[in-house]
Design a protein around this ligand. Structure first.
Ligand SMILES: Cc1cc2nc3c(=O)[nH]c(=O)nc-3n(C[C@H](O)[C@H](O)[C@H](O)COP(=O)(O)O)c2cc1C
Length: 357
């Protein structure tokens, strides 16, 4: 009988020396997956590995202080992955060397960012999907700098529909020493309206021997199970859905174990999570900056809850911590009606990829 993990009843997902408790990963999301948000995800459980936002390797190496995006990385629980982006092998090598001192669990390289600022001026992110040889050199250099820390690469299906290079890029990463690749099942030109292509994801799975983690449009347990089945991937990664439901990892892990999906947190629990998140940000960043940073999270948390539209309009202008708490007390009082799942009127507006540092 093959080996299984207690958490999911599936083969364990091994990323080099790192074995994940569950093959459900939390994606890097620039502007969101900071130290505080990661602590909220950890509280809900069910997440095998969580990532920082993408960090500019060159910016860090050239600057004298660690970037804000590395805040908490030294102190935080493990496992924790840090994602780097750049196009210069020497930069990622040096950044990886520095991350050894932080004792991170894994280093990921970004080859998927479609933003003009990253692809154009910097020639990095998804631009490198055109150039598997450079991807290979970047991974090789990172592996050299990282020592015993495993290195992975995150990519898209290719730069465009007529250039689906992911199998080739994944092979280049594998040959250079990557222990796994994550693939977002769209090209760099696709908008989020284009459905994720599971057949193309399966082609990447078949092209390499290392584990492939499938990513894109996983908004709950059913979508996760479907993604596993259609792609043959060894793991799944969730981004946007976790911003409104950070308990999604727990739900997917339960589904993988064949257990009933727990009820979503009550509205009272969601309210206290919202206040906890805000308090932690203010503690860390001071006020009003912590409150300003909290606005975007607050807008996403209450997606689908009755009255969310009105709440979003008010909270997105909260001036400081006292104002934030006043708005929550007025529009989202303790003892509000029960949670009502996603409905179009009250769902948060779509979030598009914004990788800019
Ligand atoms: C606002 C935003 C920021 C993102 N930042 C990053 C990032 O820093 N690094 C990265 O590899 N992908 C980033 N992504 C892409 C996501 O990690 C993920 O690949 C994509 O959203 C598809 O997954 P989803 O359908 O679960 O959202 C970002 C996406 C969004 C919407």
């Amino acid at each position: 009988m093959s080996e299984t993990t207690e958490a999911t009843g599936r083969a364990p997902l091994r990323l080099g020396p790192l074995t994940l408790e569950t093959p459900v990963l939390a994606a890097p999301i620039a502007g969101f997956t900071d130290w505080v948000f990661r602590s909220i995800v950890r509280e809900h459980g069910g997440c095998g590995l969580i990532f920082t936002e993408m960090v500019s390797a060159g910016g860090w190496v050239a600057g004298s202080i660690p970037p804000e995006r590395l805040r908490g990385v030294a102190e935080e629980e493990r496992p924790l992955g840090v994602q780097l982006w750049d196009r210069e092998p020497a930069m990622v090598e040096e950044a990886a060397r520095r991350l050894v001192d932080y004792g991170v669990s894994l280093i990921d390289l970004n080859f998927g960012c479609p933003k003009k600022r990253i692809m154009g001026k910097q020639g990095a992110g998804a631009k490198l999907m055109r150039d598997p040889a450079t991807v290979g050199r970047m991974v090789e250099a990172t592996v050299r700098g990282a020592g015993d820390i495993p290195v992975t690469a995150k990519m898209r299906l290719g730069p465009a529909k007529d250039m689906l290079t992911a199998p080739e890029v994944a092979r280049a990463a594998e040959s250079a020493g990557a222990v796994a690749v994550t693939v977002h099942g769209r090209t760099a030109r696709d908008s989020y309206g284009t459905p994720v292509d599971h057949d193309r994801l399966r082609e990447v799975v078949e092209a390499v021997d290392i584990p492939v983690i499938a990513n894109g449009d996983i908004d709950g347990p059913q979508a996760a199970l479907r993604t596993f089945e259609r792609t043959g991937a060894a793991g799944v990664m969730v981004a946007r859905a976790a911003l409104s439901r950070p308990w999604i990892f727990r739900d997917i892990t339960c589904a993988l174990r064949g257990e009933a999906i727990p009820a979503p947190p009550s509205l009272a629990e969601q309210r206290s999570q919202l206040l906890r998140h805000h308090a932690r940000l203010v503690d860390l960043q001071g006020d009003p900056w912590g409150t300003v940073l909290m606005r975007k999270f607050a807008c996403r948390y209450l997606s689908g809850v009755p009255g969310a539209k009105e709440f979003r309009a008010a909270i997105s202008r909260a001036a400081d911590a006292a104002d934030f708490r006043r708005i929550v007390d007025e529009l989202f009082p303790a003892g509000s009606p029960a949670f009502c799942s996603e409905d179009s009127d009250d769902a948060a507006p779509p979030l598009v990829e914004e990788c800019c540092e």
